[in-house]
Design a protein around this ligand. Structure first.
Ligand SMILES: [Zn+2]
Length: 270
C-alpha cells in the first residue's frame, strides 16, 4: 500500500500584486493564496521534514513507476491552473529538485490569470504532473447529474490530452466534494489517479481508480503547519480531519446556503 501526505496549495502571489493576478478572483479564493515569501517559508519547512519521510516532491507517476510502495511520501499539489504555476511555484520546486502536480480547470486555460496551452506544455516538459480539475470548476461537484459529471471529466481530460498530445490519467476534484459517483464518472473518463480533499494518508481505490487524499494549506496557515503536516504530526492531521468533517456536515445540512456561509467564513478569516 502506498502511503502519501499530499499537500494542497493553490496560487502564489508576488508581493504587491493583486490576489486575482493568478487563479480565481474573490474573497473565498484569495484565502487560499500565499504570498511569494510565505510560500518559500512553507516549502523550507516541508524540506525540514524530508529526513522523517520516504520522499518529498516526487510525482505520483515517479512513485508508481519506481514501484515505490510504502512511504509516507510527501507530494506537492496545486489546484485550479493559475498562472503562478509557471511564474512562481514550479521554478521554486525545481530549485529544490522537486516536482509538483498541477490540476487544471480547462474552461479557464488561456484566460487572464490562468495558464496558457503553451505554459501547460512547458510544465509537462519540465517534469511536473498535469491533471484535470474538471472543465468549469463546479464548487458542488457531487450535486451534478451523472451526465454533467461525465461531461466535466471527459471534456477536460480530452482538452488536456490534446494540449499534451498524450492520454491524461490524473485528476483532482474541484471544491473537494468526493462521492463514489464523482469517482465512477472520473474513472469512466479515463482517469486512473484521482486526488480528493479527504485528509487521508493511505491511498485508496475504487476498482482500478486510485484515490489519493490531500491536506489543504491556506493563507493563514503558518509555515510550521506545513512542516507538521509533512512530518505527520498527529495534532495537525487531526485538525485537518476535524475541519474537513465539520465542512462536510455544513455542506450536507446547509445545502445551497453553505456556499454563502463559506464566503462569509472566509471574509472573516482574512
Ligand atoms: Zn479548485
Amino acid at each position: 500500500v502506498l502511503k502519501t501526505r499530499a499537500l494542497l496549495y493553490h496560487d502564489v502571489i508576488p508581493e504587491g500584486s493583486p490576489s486575482d493576478s493568478s487563479g480565481f478572483g474573490g474573497a473565498s479564493a484569495s484565502a487560499y493564496k500565499l504570498s511569494h515569501a510565505h510560500f518559500h517559508a512553507h516549502l523550507s519547512e516541508v524540506q525540514k521534514a524530508a529526513p522523517e519521510v520516504a520522499s518529498v516532491g516526487k510525482t505520483v507517476h515517479e512513485l508508481l513507476e519506481a514501484d515505490q510502495v510504502g512511504g509516507p511520501h510527501v507530494l506537492i499539489t496545486f489546484d485550479d491552473g493559475g498562472v503562478s504555476a509557471i511564474s512562481e511555484t514550479a521554478p521554486y520546486l525545481e530549485s529544490l529538485g522537486w516536482r509538483g502536480h498541477y490540476f487544471i480547470a480547462t474552461d479557464f486555460v488561456g484566460k487572464r490569470g490562468f495558464l496558457s496551452e503553451k505554459q501547460i506544455r512547458e510544465l509537462d516538459r519540465r517534469g511536473h504532473a498535469i491533471g484535470s480539475h474538471s472543465c468549469s470548476h463546479p464548487l458542488r461537484m457531487a450535486d451534478l447529474t451523472k451526465d454533467e459529471l461525465h461531461a466535466e471529466w471527459r471534456q477536460s481530460v480530452a482538452v488536456l490530452a490534446a494540449i499534451l498530445d498524450r492520454p491524461v490519467e490524473l485528476a483532482s476534484v474541484p471544491g473537494g466534494m468526493y462521492t463514489t459517483e464523482v469517482g465512477i464518472a472520473a474513472r469512466e473518463s479515463g482517469v486512473k489517479i484521482l486526488f480528493t480533499s479527504e485528509p487521508e494518508q493511505t491511498v485508496g481505490a475504487l476498482g482500478d481508480l486510485t484515490l489519493v487524499g490531500r491536506y489543504s494549506v491556506v493563507r493563514k496557515d503558518p509555515p510550521q503547519y506545513a512542516h507538521q503536516l509533512a512530518s505527520g504530526a498527529q495534532m495537525a492531521l487531526q485538525k485537518q480531519w476535524m475541519l474537513w468533517n465539520a465542512k462536510k456536515i455544513a455542506k450536507r445540512v446547509a445545502g445551497g446556503s453553505y456556499m454563502w456561509a463559506r464566503e462569509r467564513y472566509f471574509k472573516r478569516r482574512i
